[in-house]
Design a protein around this ligand. Structure first.
Ligand code: UT7
Length: 326
């Protein structure tokens, strides 16, 4: 059986750091509140000259280097992002240009914080039907440009960064075993951001001539996120005849440490099986899972045959999972 296997991982996190103490200086918040309610201690902020496609390109270069694959050998590039610098062309087009990946077909996937999993599932299917042999799947975001820095309900939560994987078609039992995607558009109002130039006229914010920011009803999102992330993990395990005891590590979307703890409780998983880096990078939306995966990979936490699970949740609502034999 031909499966997509992860041949290399990479990530890029901008240098500039904003700690909770930095935020305290201009916002009615505190390190104590942010750490106790979210687990976040700091976030990284892209330089003014950097765009989401630049972060994506850096992450992709590192993943290609690890995989030992040249950009010219890539057939497909999919970027999960909601913060591309253009409405069009896609961030993926810019990455293709930056890398010189001349043969690659490139497009973006918009699924908010689930963007990487949705992009991955797309790529896996191209590998499965045999039209693609090597692909790049990337999550990249500059979320700090989408939040209102006067709104303490949202701005403390997000950070910038990118993560990437190189997929390679291989025979055998390993690789990406299955992907599972879900959407429920009925929840759209709990988490959204109006578009720049084509916003629906029925929303009051359209009257504002100012910038349009991320809007979120955090506590409502929280409840649905915990259930959806747990359910989709169980769905992926059941689809493969496996149980939570077979898992080495899970990589949930890094939105909030309390969400990660709640998933652990629901799935009855010990805390050392749940990867956490939200304290250092905050919520990087579609970049969060590939950044976490790259960190674990480079720290030597993953060995061949380990079973790992990626699960994401985001605006839409969208949610999904991928089960992987490393
Ligand atoms: O990535 C996509 C998915 N997104 C998520 O998964 C986010 C899910 N939601 C969350 O992580 C949490 O709901 C938040 C971290 C956003 C908020 O935590 P919460 O425990 O649900 O707090 P809350 O929204 O119920 O607010 C509690 C209080 C409010 O004050 P009052 O009305 O009780 O007086 C807020 O105004 O905390 C206040 N508050 C803050 N206080 C200090 C909200 N943000 C802050 C802040 N600093 N930054």
């Amino acid at each position: 059986m031909i499966r997509a296997k992860i041949a290399g991982t990479g990530s890029y996190i901008p240098e500039k750091v904003a700690t909770n103490f930095d935020l305290e200086k201009f916002l009615d918040t505190s390190d104590e509140w942010i750490v106790s309610r979210t687990g976040i201690r700091e976030r990284h902020i892209a330089a003014e000259c950097q765009n989401a496609s630049d972060l994506a390109t850096e992450a992709a270069r590192k993943a290609l280097e690890m995989a030992g694959v040249a950009a010219e050998e890539i057939d497909l590039i999919i970027v999960g992002t909601i913060t591309g610098e253009f409405t069009f062309p896609s961030a993926a087009c810019m990455v293709q240009k930056n890398l010189g990946a001349r043969r690659a077909v490139a497009f973006d996937v918009s699924a908010a914080c689930s963007g990487f999993i949705f992009a991955l599932a797309n790529a896996v299917n191209y590998h499965r039907i045999g039209t693609v042999k090597r692909s790049l799947v990337i999550g990249s975001e500059i979320m700090t440009r989408t939040v209102n820095w006067k709104d303490r309900n949202t701005c403390v939560l997000f950070g910038d960064g990118a993560g990437a994987v190189v997929l390679s078609s291989e025979e055998g039992e390993g690789g990406i075993l299955s992907t599972h995607l879900h959407t429920d558009g009925n929840y759209w109002e709990l988490l959204y951001q109006l578009s720049g130039s084509a916003s629906p006229s029925f929303l009051p914010e359209v009257e504002d001539q100012g910038r349009r920011f991320v809007k979120m009803q955090g506590n409502e999102v929280f409840k649905v996120a915990v259930k959806a992330l747990s359910d989709v993990a169980l769905e992926a395990l059941a689809a493969n005849g496996l149980t939570k005891d077979d898992l080495k590590l899970i990589f949930p979307h890094q939105a909030n440490k309390r969400i990660l703890d709640a998933i652990g409780k629901r799935l009855d998983l010990p805390s050392d099986k749940i990867f956490v880096n939200v304290d250092r990078v905050a919520n990087t939306s579609s970049a969060s899972i590939p950044i976490a995966l790259d960190e674990a990979n480079r720290r030597g936490l993953l060995a061949p045959q380990d079973l790992i699970l990626l699960n994401a949740f985001g605006g839409g609502f969208t949610w999904g999972a991928a089960l992987i034999r490393w």
